[in-house]
Design a protein around this ligand. Structure first.
Ligand code: AMP
Length: 207
């Protein structure tokens, strides 16, 4: 089973993708995570990716598509009982949706009030050790409440970049939902609820 999670930055799609992937034995592929890893490699393409990300703009399609396709091919080669994929952050525009060549069973559409999300993003911290994501209020003495690791704030979680990302989301990513809707595979989720409630909503519709 292959699922696409579509939502604005901070919508909770990454958190839900981790939970649902574990429950259904799916491989969680986050384009943002792949790109963050890639931009550290010191290559020219990595430098370009960084520039776009730090400006809150979408990275050129040829870079992102190659990363996603290579990752899917690697996982399929290894197999290890994986039952499919959750694509988190990809496709982000219709051009990307059109080049995706795996069968999609569901598109989970995360609906949020964007004004609340900006605050959530500026208060978001990630653990360097276990990768878990928290609100600053959940930290224990400034450290990860799960493993006591150091936490960091993403460089693109600042007000100006957030504005640019929301703008691109509304103009380019939202139309992706309309692209898939006639196929009858879109599931609409109220993503402003608690983590547990959102998971339940997704589980109710994905079998
Ligand atoms: P995210 O972690 O999903 O919030 O993504 C962080 C940043 O990575 C975005 O603001 C974009 O600059 C870049 N990015 C992630 N996914 C894509 C994609 N599918 N296409 C282009 N750029 C992307």
């Amino acid at each position: 089973m292959n699922i696409i999670f579509i939502g604005a930055s901070g919508s909770g799609k990454g958190t839900q993708a981790k939970i649902i992937a574990k429950k259904l034995n799916l491989c969680h592929i986050s384009s943002g995570d792949l790109l963050r890893e890639y931009r550290e490699k010191g290559t020219e393409a990595g430098r370009i990716a960084r520039e776009y990300m730090e400006a809150g703009k979408w990275v050129p399609i040829e870079i992102v598509v190659r990363l996603i396709k290579d990752k899917i091919a690697d996982v399929q080669k290894e197999s290890k009982g994986v039952q499919g994929f959750i694509l988190d952050g990809f496709p982000r525009n219709i051009e990307q949706a059109k080049v995706l060549d795996i069968k999609i069973d569901y598109v989970v559409n995360f609906n949020n009030d964007l004004s609340g999300l900006a605050k959530r993003l500026t208060e978001r911290r990630t653990c360097k050790d276990c990768g878990a994501i928290f609100n600053i209020k959940q930290l224990k003495d400034g450290k990860c409440p799960l493993c006591n690791g150091e936490v960091y704030q993403r460089t693109d979680d600042n007000e100006e970049t957030i504005k640019a990302r929301f703008n691109s989301f509304l103009t380019e990513t939202k139309p992706v939902v309309d692209y898939y809707r006639p196929m009858g595979i879109v599931v609409d989720i109220d993503a402003d609820k608690s983590i547990e409630e959102v998971t339940k909503q997704i589980e109710r519709v994905i079998k």
